[in-house]
Design a protein around this ligand. Sequence first.
Ligand code: F6P
Length: 355
Amino acid sequence: MTKRIGILTSGGDCAGLNAVIRAVALRAHHGHGWTTVGIERGTLGLLDRPVRARTLDPARLDAALARAGGTFLGSTNRGNPFAFPMPDGSTRDRSAEIVDGARSLDLDGLVGVGGDGSLAILRRLFVPAGIAFVGIPKTIDNDVARTERALGYGTAVAIATEALDRLHPTGLSHERVMVLEVMGRDAGHIAIAAGIAGGADVVLIPEVPWRLDRVAAHIARGRAAGRTTALVVVAEAAGQSDAPGATGDAPPRGVGEWLASLIAKTTGFEVRATVLGHVQRGAAPTAEDRLLAAALGTRAVDLLAEGRHDRMVAWWNRQVIDVPLDKIVGRSRAVDPLGTLVHTARGLGICLGDV
Ligand code: F6P
């Protein structure tokens, strides 16, 4: 009997989503003779009647799809089904409608691609309803628990590194301190990795409490030693400082500008801020992210074939493993302040603002 599986992408988009949709559909077809149905707009597509979904034709899933940014199925990071925002400002539990929508597709299994928040919601929706569900981790923030890599992270690091490559010459030309604000809602993975790869002088992440006076002293020491520019990378979530001169925490948005004005005031140097924002999400995936998409997508389908669900595929120690989804829910993976990347940054003389 031909089986039908569904796939949806949920939460903020990132590079590698199209590649993973393709991998799932190709593995389902070539490996198992199954049909794959793509559900549109994340869980929102399951609220529409008829539900918004289409059968994916493997013949049309060519290499161009693997390199395209975004998700051709669409996604949402709004509208928690358990407290869905209604036009009158109230919220309503619409989870049963979503489950009914999924049931109407007559699926034998469902693959959900999401970050920690989305995977928790998808699990809460589908597992109690008896729908065989497997998760694939994606987020540029790379903070999903129990996986070393989430889809999209490697590409985001490459983009942030390239931004530093571009900021350095203009910083040198004008003898300015260049601040780059990168994404990472709760974690500093992009900031620390790009900061090392891009040759930053200072990297500020939420996992390492920093002080403005230490940042300023480091930049001033560099100037005194003849360095005419400084590259400062700040994670969007690193907006706290107990340093004298800092006026409390950064505004919820705009940590880059906030930090730039503090550094300018404290050091007297000219400072410019760049906010990289969604540029980090929209690119063609790197080869590494395409490989990860292929490996995670293939294994996710195989898990369904083995009858093993309520699990997430993960990248660990250079291979794909799978872990129970309940080990993911409610947890996230921060940068380890004693881990390799922090140690490496310190080894290169990068200031993390704490010493
Ligand atoms: O979680 C991914 C992420 O890109 C975060 O880095 C960022 O804080 C957030 O999403 C931005 O969300 P939105 O697309 O809603 O602005």
